[in-house]
Design a protein around this ligand. Sequence first.
Ligand SMILES: Cc1ncc(COP(=O)(O)O)c(C=O)c1O
Length: 371
Amino acid sequence: MTMQNSRLFLSPPDMSGREQTYIAEAFESNYIAPLGPMVERFEQSIMNLTHTPNALALSSATAALHLALRVLGIGAEDIVLASSFTFIGSIAPILYQNATPYFIDSDTKSWNLDPTLLEEAIRKAPKKPKALIVTHLYGQCADLKRICEICTAHDIYLIEDAAESLGATFERQQSGTFGIFGVYSFNGNKILTTSGGGMLVSPHKELIDKARFYSTQARDDAPYYEHTEFGYNYRLSNILAAIGVAQMEVLSERIAKKQMIFEWYREELKNINEISFMPSLPNAQGNRWLTTLTFDHTDPEKIRLALEEENIESRPLWKPMHLQPLFQEAFRIENGTSQSLFEKGLCLPSGTKMSRADVARVCNLLKKSLA
Ligand SMILES: Cc1ncc(COP(=O)(O)O)c(C=O)c1O
């Protein structure tokens, strides 16, 4: 390992410089609590970005998905369709509600949920599925046009897991705003971070009001603590929301930088025939949260280890849910796409502080390790 080279992380936090100012404001107002003016400002900034009338700041995107399912009344009798090529935080809320997940594989055009398989899953499911959780992986959109048409035709609630795709658009509309609920994540490695946090959005005020109620222990309207239902402690702290307010001010810069990093990688690696980058649908504009690619012949683990040797973090693509030991028995419709992506793929460091020279350093090492 070359000592002078500092570690290149996959996607480390990148503060705007205004965070401390807003945190200080939060301290001055003494709202050191899970609610307060910064929470409202953070929610407002998401509503402004997404043109959605209702937003609820929460402790994580996982919590946001859980509330979405709870508010929609999804329970033990229900089947929830879901992208298989995703992170467990997208799926665990289905289990929290004791519902049954039904995993759908990806297409090669988007690497995201395959709409044709979605139709097949609806036909083959033992009963009518109640909802679909579709993930926009690595900040790139799934085929929302077809997915929306199918969900509408079959009367299935569409929930978008836009945890990784804040600011990405499909036909100029923000990801996360196509369904009954959308979810964004602000955990430590996302395009923006509050160290940990999430946001739930919906066009329906009464649904967000209900989610807010469940997120604060389902307290009834009484001077004492009265409960007719149980809830959760899922709200975001006013201090973390202050970080979110500052981060939202630089979202467009961060997206532009992520896209530039992707272009740099493309340029550096354009002569390597065995490499394919994650595609983008023609009518979508992803945020390129992570630059991801596949190798035709080389084992990506060999590349990962070679980069690690030089203090560079890279990561395999998500292991599909239908291949997880936890879901051995689960319903699935598979076509081999996400398995092949998992076996051949790698996420490259994509931090927004990276320079062109950093990208060149990664690419030179990568080229040296090819088969
Ligand atoms: C696709 C996807 N869904 C859900 C989550 C869960 O988000 P959180 O960590 O905010 O709960 C994440 C990331 O962590 C994610 O990448």
